[in-house]
Design a protein. Structure first.
Length: 474
């Protein structure tokens, strides 16, 4: 029997994902535990393993497809000695012979059957002329629903793509072409499409020159009416965006970036942020770090400043537990463990792996875990349990020279600590003015859950722990 392989939910928040890459093909035999595909979730790219044994009979969702809903059938597995290829897929004898000629994807073939379109009448734009889903959709949009009269109607329909610029007719263009045209202020009625059935594609819009179109417009519009020939002139009207002719490249948002955009927008719109900043003298912590690294060198451990700051935030939360909370509507959750989410810049976007129970872990253990998690984050290999949860966050931009910044709270957490660069500043030490290495640290607090006085106590505790760092090693 055939077994449906469905899009898995690889994280609790995942509703859809991108099928980034297939690692198997039709006819391959798979066993339980074999990696079949790479799926991009809302947090990372993860491997999808087979659960059953069998032969890949059909792949329904192509590699690179975005927005695949959780639970959607993405492939079929033939088990118990079934044939790999789905034999009943082309039962019709006579029509099948005509339609099976051109190569087409399974999705394109199914879509063509549903709309009564002969594949032989469609020009494929895929690899080696293969007909894709987009080619069939273009044929549908061009009114190619009747498959039978296709041969007779072909000569009459052939000139149809040329007068794309005629006003009142439906303009066939890819979504990307429409978006680029809207950004550049180009009237698609003036653009000649070179895609299937005269469809306007990205290259047509990018190579379009308004001057050439303006000179051709009067000749094309003359038979209809001379007055409308001057209508395309408003195309070049400037907008608030400035120069629309500046070169640019369209980059689709990946799932991680979409989630970042949605969650941070919600955070700024729904969470009343309060910001508290303290200046912290780093010299004692830097001295202790140097001494610890000498003693840990034989163990292959090298502490970073960030490792010590993670520990300092966790210990400060131990001292001020009122800040180790989350707002839950009509209740506050006060946590007894300090799980610190640490912001890491990965190629796919910002992600926050979690150092769990950081208040009770030693500095060497925190350092080792942080390096492993950061490497996995940059490679897109974090597992859900490694980045989900966390009771407070830390974001350090000091290595880029940023002096001070206000971070956005990562809900449902109620605070995040933003760390700036350590720099030489005039500073009063023991009642005397001297030069010291000082950094600015800013706490962002959810004012629904944390009062200003409690936030100030946390910042004070953090400052004391950094300036008297022996409290981090006991």
């Amino acid at each position: 029997m055939a077994l449906d392989i469905r899009m898995p939910a690889l994280s609790p928040t995942m509703e859809e994902g991108t099928l980034a890459k297939w690692l198997v093909k039709v006819g391959d035999t798979v066993s339980s535990g074999d990696v079949m595909a790479e799926i991009e979730t809302d947090k990372a790219t993860m491997e999808f393993e087979a659960v059953d044994e069998g032969v890949i009979a059909e792949i329904l969702i192509e590699a690179g497809t975005e927005g695949v809903k959780v639970g959607a059938v993405i492939a079929r597995l033939a088990i118990e000695g079934e044939e790999a290829a789905p034999a009943p897929a082309t039962p019709a004898p006579a029509p099948a012979a005509a339609e099976d000629g051109p190569a087409a994807t399974p999705t394109a073939r199914k879509l063509a059957e549903q709309n009564g379109i002969a594949l032989g009448s469609i020009t494929g734009t895929g690899p080696k002329g293969k007909i894709t889903k987009e080619d069939v959709e273009a044929a549908i949009a061009a009114g190619g629903g009747a498959a039978t009269p296709a041969p007779a109607a072909a000569p009459a329909a052939a000139p149809a793509p040329a007068p794309v610029a005629t006003s009142g007719e439906r303009i066939i263009a890819s979504p990307l072409a429409k978006r680029i045209a809207a950004d550049k202020g180009i009237d698609l009625a003036l653009v000649k499409g070179t895609g299937p059935n005269g469809r306007i594609v990205k290259e047509d819009v990018e190579s379009f020159t308004p001057g050439a179109a303006a000179s051709a417009a009067p000749a094309a519009a003359a038979p209809a009416a001379p007055a409308p020939a001057a209508q395309p002139a408003p195309v070049a009207v400037p907008t608030l965006g400035g120069d629309l002719d500046a070169p640019y490249e369209v980059q689709k948002l990946n799932n991680v970036r979409k989630v970042i955009a949605r969650r941070l927008t919600e955070a700024k719109q729904t969470i009343p942020h309060i910001y508290l900043t303290v200046d912290v003298r780093l010299d004692p912590l830097l001295k202790l770090r140097g001494e610890l690294n000498k003693s840990l060198e034989a163990d292959g451990v090298k502490l970073s400043v960030n490792d010590l700051l993670i520990k300092a935030l966790a210990r400060a939360l131990q001292r001020v537990p009122k800040c180790n909370v989350s707002f839950q509507g009509d209740a506050l959750f006060e946590y007894s463990r300090q799980d610190i989410s640490v912001a890491v810049a990965a190629p796919s976007g910002l992600i926050t792996p979690v150092i769990r129970d950081a208040g009770r872990k030693g500095l060497a253990q925190i350092s080792t875990e942080m390096k492993e998690l950061a490497n996995k984050a940059r490679d897109g290999k974090l597992m859900p349990h490694e980045y989900q949860g966390g009771t407070a966050s830390l974001s350090n931009l000091g290595m880029f020279g940023t002096k001070q910044f206000d971070a956005v709270i990562n809900p449902p957490q109620a605070m995040i600590l933003a760390i700036g660069a350590g720099e030489q500043r005039p500073y009063v030490v023991d009642g005397a003015l001297s030069v010291a290495t000082v950094m600015s640290a800013t706490g962002s607090f959810d004012h629904r859950a944390i009062d200003g006085a409690d936030g100030a106590q946390l910042m004070q505790a953090f400052q004391q722990l950094v300036e008297n760092p022996m409290g981090l090693v006991v």
